[in-house]
Every structure is written in structure tokens, then in C-alpha cells.
Design a protein around this ligand. Sequence first.
Ligand SMILES: CC(C)(COP(=O)(O)OP(=O)(O)OC[C@H]1O[C@@H](n2cnc3c(N)ncnc32)[C@H](O)[C@@H]1OP(=O)(O)O)[C@@H](O)C(=O)NCCC(=O)NCCS
Length: 195
Amino acid sequence: MLLDGLRDVPPGKLAAVVTHLQMVQRPAPRPVPPVAADLVAHDRPDPAWYRALFTRVGRDWLWFSRLSLEDAALGAILHDPDVQVFSLRQGGQDLGLLELDFRVAGACELAYFGLAAQLQGQGAGRWLMERALDLAWAGSITRFHVHTCSLDSPAALAFYIRSGFTPYARQVEVADDPRLTGVLPRDAAPQVPIL
Ligand SMILES: CC(C)(COP(=O)(O)OP(=O)(O)OC[C@H]1O[C@@H](n2cnc3c(N)ncnc32)[C@H](O)[C@@H]1OP(=O)(O)O)[C@@H](O)C(=O)NCCC(=O)NCCS
């Protein structure tokens, strides 16, 4: 097989293993304890506000894809009527991001899902996932899907599987290290060395 064996990753690039997961019906709702935070819908999110939240949640995991888009390109996604953006707000601060993408008919992508560090490990992720499942399956869909990569929280893949998603495909993604292109600060995600 052409891909077998170790492959060089050029300096300045990151490589990650991406796992794609899906479900084709809503799992039985789980009773979850309430959280001391509010789910807030953002109808036409301001791109600068969105980038700040995306960075607050994702910088530890080198989320970069949305950060290099210009306002117009980012706004075109966020303001699409088939894209839903929510924040999890605690004490006046937006500390969680939930983004659902219904732009492909019949499906919903859990496009972004995550919590800032101070909200993790307290049941807020489970609570937010139940809301995501409610919102996704309220749409006219037959498939709800997500992908996560090996740069994300090590808890994420098992969390998605416990949430009812089934892994169905794996890819390798190579990209510029966003800390070297200036998209994220150099001290982001110190668990991933800069090479
Ligand atoms: C992955 C992630 C969403 C998980 O969220 P989390 O809030 O840390 O996870 P939780 O604390 O809700 O859940 C962990 C487990 O502990 C349980 N738990 C932990 N603290 C709890 C509490 N105080 N009360 C009740 N249950 C609790 C949850 O029920 C859950 O168990 P379950 O999955 O079997 O239901 C979160 O770690 C995260 O945002 N990571 C960074 C971003 C990321 O990697 N996102 C995914 C990339 S695609």
C-alpha cells in the first residue's frame, strides 16, 4: 500500500489524524443535570466576536480554519440561514461554542463544539451535547455528523462515541502550523511542539 510506513512532515507543518463520525437516528435522550450557564443563540454573529470565542475555545487545540477567513467570507458562512451558532454563557462570558451546519439538505454537521478550559470536566459538555442533539434532530435530517482530529482534546473522540456517533472514516490532514503563520500565538497548545 502506497501510504504504509512513516512519512516525513515538512518543517512548519502539522499532521493530524481526523476521525469522521455519524449517527442516523437520534439516540435516546439522556437526563443530564442542569448547568449554571445559558445557551444563547446568535442570529447574525459579528465575525470579530466569533473569532474571539473560536480562539478562546480552540487555541489549546490549534483550531485555525476560521481564523484566516476575511470578514466577508466568515460572515457568509455564519449568516447563512442554514448555519446556527450558539454560545454557552456563564457570568456574562461566552465560554462554549456550538455550531450546527444544515447547508447540505437532509444532513446536519456538528461543525464546531467545544468549551473553554474553565468549563470542562463539570458536565457542561454532556449538557451541551444533549442540546446539540435536540437542535440537530429537530431539523429534517437523516444524518448528523462530526469530525475530530488528534490535535483536539484527547477526551473528544470517546465523548462523541459515548454521545451516539459511530466512527466511519479516517484521514490524515497536513496543514501549516498556525503558530508559525501568525494565525495563533506561538505559546498556544504547548503540548504540540513547534518544529
Ligand atoms: C470534549 C469536551 C466537549 C467534553 O466536555 P466536558 O465538559 O469536558 O465533558 P463533561 O464533563 O460534560 O463529560 C465528561 C463525563 O463526565 C461526566 N461529568 C463530569 N462532571 C460532571 C458533573 N459535575 N456532573 C455530572 N456529570 C459530570 C459527564 O456526564 C460525562 O460523562 P458521559 O460522557 O458518560 O456522559 C470538552 O473537553 C472540550 O470542549 N474540549 C476542547 C474542545 C474540543 O476538543 N472539542 C471537540 C473537538 S471536535
